[in-house]
Every structure is written in structure tokens, then in C-alpha cells.
Design a protein around this ligand. Structure first.
Ligand code: ATP
Length: 229
């Protein structure tokens, strides 16, 4: 039996009082890679934000990495985030400190205290993303592709079962996008992390085909679901 690490049942997704997506239903298994596609403004980011606790789940049910979003309070959001990796299009690195300190900041913020264990963990995630000797670099000294790798390394720090990525190749050239996609697929395969990636990049999707969730007309259509007649 596959292990379900993310489950959304009869969920309505809101931005404030605006209903963005209605009756959303899907499950994601351990190690699965799922694209989230759909026209601009159809609710991809809103869905991801709900899954990482930035928007409240008002109606329906959802469980992410063992956390019931319906019972989520602001106080519990940091615990959800510790079990979840989030990757953004614009990297969102702290510009005033080097890569190592960026990663250490997240470890400290998520409760790590032991200096030696933190050092080991940081070296481990930098190795995983192919930046083993780049910890001393400042973000502004790195290319967009390298910064995206640091962002992915940051998402890997707490060995998440689920990673949510909002257009991670949006600012990258095709060759660098390719490298990032290979890295994300390897993370799924090697560590069993499930990844949901919002994207507009059909070149990437054609090169790395996988299951697709499509937002359209206030609904989410799942390529893995049986076609309804
Ligand atoms: N902070 C916000 N406050 C109010 N409405 C918002 C907010 N952010 C987005 N919306 C609205 O919610 C709807 C869904 O937007 P969302 O950003 O989720 O779409 P998207 O599919 O991710 O778009 P894109 O592909 O451009 O990133 C849109 O109608 C948008 O105008």
C-alpha cells in the first residue's frame, strides 16, 4: 500500500472571502512528483499557501505530512513548516549573510541547538544539492541556479516528507531549469519526498512528464483520476 503523505478532501480554497477553488480532492503518495498547472490567477499559489498554512483551510479536510490543517492554529504553523519543505520562485534567501548562515538560521528557528549536528546537517544538504564547498558564499555572489539550489537545500533541512515548490524554475534559463528538475526528481527518488510543483513551464513538463493537477474554472482536475462520463 502506498503511503499517503498529503490528502485533500472536499476542500474549498479561499483568498479572504473569495472562493478560489471548490471541492478540491486529491491524495499524494510518498515519493510522488506532481505538477500543479493552470492559467494565471486560477488558484495554484492559493492552494499551495493553504497547504503550507499561510491561508486557513475554512472548509473541507486536508492532512499534510501528518498535520490536520483544519485543526491548524497560528501557533501550530511552525510545527507544520518543520515537516514541510517550501521552495519559492524568488529564492527568498537572507541577503545579509552567507549560505551557511542562511541554513543555520532556519535550523535555529526550527529548534536545533547542537552546533555539531547543525554543521553536519548543513554540509549534508549542501552536498545533496551539489553545493558542498559553497557555504561561505553570499547570495549576491551566486547565480540564479545556485540560489535556487540553496533554496532547495533549505527546504531539505528538516528531511520533509512533502515539498511544495511555487514556480521554482520561473526565473531560470532552460539549461539551469533542467538541472533543477533533475535535482527535484532525484530528491523524490532517493529520499521518498513527495513534491508538488506549481509551474507554467511546459518545456519542463514535456521533458519530465509526471502526474498533473490542473486548476481551471474554480476546480482542480487530476490527470491521475478516472475520467468521469
Ligand atoms: N493576497 C491576495 N488577496 C486577495 N486576493 C488574492 C490574493 N492573492 C491572490 N488573490 C486572488 O486569488 C485568485 C487566485 O490567485 P493565485 O495567486 O492563487 O493564482 P495562481 O494560479 O497562482 O496565479 P499565477 O500563475 O499568476 O501565480 C486570483 O483571482 C487572485 O487575484
Amino acid at each position: 500500500m502506498p503511503e499517503v503523505v498529503l490528502s485533500v478532501q472536499n476542500a474549498n480554497i479561499y483568498q479572504g472571502s473569495n472562493l478560489v477553488l471548490q471541492d478540491v480532492n486529491f491524495n499524494v503518495n510518498r515519493g510522488e512528483f506532481v505538477y500543479l498547472v493552470g492559467k494565471t490567477g486560477t488558484g495554484k499559489s492559493s492552494l499551495l499557501k493553504t497547504l503550507y498554512g499561510e491561508l486557513p483551510l475554512k472548509e473541507g479536510e486536508a492532512t499534510v505530512a501528518g498535520f490536520n490543517l483544519k485543526e491548524m492554529t497560528w501557533k501550530k504553523v511552525p510545527f507544520l513548516r518543520r515537516n514541510l519543505g517550501v521552495v519559492f520562485q524568488d529564492f527568498q534567501l537572507l541577503t545579509d549573510r552567507n549560505v551557511y548562515e542562511n541554513l543555520k538560521f532556519v535550523l535555529r528557528a526550527t529548534g536545533w541547538k547542537d552546533e555539531k549536528l547543525m554543521e553536519e546537517k548543513i554540509n549534508d544538504v549542501l552536498d545533496k544539492v551539489g553545493l558542498k564547498s559553497k557555504g561561505f558564499k553570499m547570495p549576491f555572489e551566486m547565480s540564479g541556479g545556485e540560489q535556487q539550489r540553496v533554496d532547495i537545500a533549505r527546504a531539505l533541512l528538516n528531511s520533509p516528507k512533502v515539498m511544495l515548490a511555487d514556480e521554482p524554475t520561473g526565473n531560470l534559463d532552460p539549461e539551469t531549469s533542467d538541472e533543477i528538475m533533475q535535482l527535484l526528481f532525484n530528491i523524490c527518488k532517493d529520499y521518498g519526498t513527495a513534491i508538488i510543483m506549481a509551474t507554467h513551464d511546459f518545456i519542463v513538463i514535456n521533458r519530465y512528464p509526471s502526474r498533473m493537477l490542473k486548476t481551471e474554472r474554480n476546480r482542480v482536475v487530476d490527470s491521475a483520476a478516472a475520467v468521469e462520463i
